[in-house]
Design a protein around this ligand. Structure first.
Ligand code: DGI
Ligand code: FE
Ligand code: FE
Length: 192
């Protein structure tokens, strides 16, 4: 499948707003890939597909996850917002035949992050935060950081997410905490 086929596929799976978001994330991902030397074609595909299961029924998300042989941990079971990323990673393998591990992991970990993320995974995670239609108070700061230092941008995003989740008394996934610690420790090592 090529880009236009992926686009028409996701168009049939989501509303107009989410479709625009997906296109924008793909465009941001390609720009970031150019700056940091990630694979631009993979960034484009992963960006288009990252939320491909965001707007399906929750039962269907859980079914896709189960079909993929993935057992949800306690936090995941209690955080339905995390399901679309996991289901998406299974869907693109089983239904679209994508076998590139880096694209699959970029979709799977785009919401929480994880320790030891690849460059492509970081590009997709960050592109999701800076896509053109995003409009939160610090979006300009985040956009600037994203093109200056990918890890600093990731840290900024993770701080925001972790603070927001704790303020709302929502469970924080261990992958998000591991990602935060990993990036923080590596930035400190570099003397930042
Ligand atoms: O799918 P998008 O809206 O484009 O963005 P996303 O995949 O980053 O999802 C954001 C949502 O996921 C937001 O409501 C916060 C939630 N989220 C992110 N990390 C965690 C989380 N929810 C829980 N419970 N725990 C997490 O660690
Ligand atoms: Fe998402
Ligand atoms: Fe998204």
């Amino acid at each position: 499948m090529d880009k236009s086929e992926y686009l028409s596929l996701i168009k049939g799976r989501m509303g107009e707003r989410r479709y625009i978001h997906s296109v924008n994330v793909s465009e941001s991902a390609v720009r970031l890939a150019k700056v940091y030397g990630a694979d631009e074609e993979k960034a484009k595909i992963a960006g288009i597909l990252h939320d491909c299961c965001k707007e399906i029924e929750k039962d269907e998300m859980l079914q896709i996850i189960a079909d993929g042989g993935i057992i949800l941990d306690a936090v995941e079971q209690n955080s339905s917002k995390l399901w679309h990323a996991i289901a998406g990673s299974v869907y693109i393998q089983n239904e679209l035949g994508i076998d590139d591990e880096d694209i699959i992991n970029s979709v799977r970990y785009h919401t929480t992050g994880r320790a030891g993320m690849s460059l492509l995974e970081k590009v997709i995670f960050t592109a999701d935060f800076i896509s053109a239609e995003r409009d939160y108070p610090d979006v300009d700061v985040m956009r600037k950081k994203a093109f200056e230092d990918l890890n600093s941008a990731m840290l900024y995003a993770l701080k925001f997410t972790i603070k927001d989740l704790s303020r709302r008394e929502l469970p924080i996934h261990s992958n998000a905490v591991d990602c935060y610690n990993d990036i923080l420790i590596n930035l400190k090592k570099k003397g930042n």
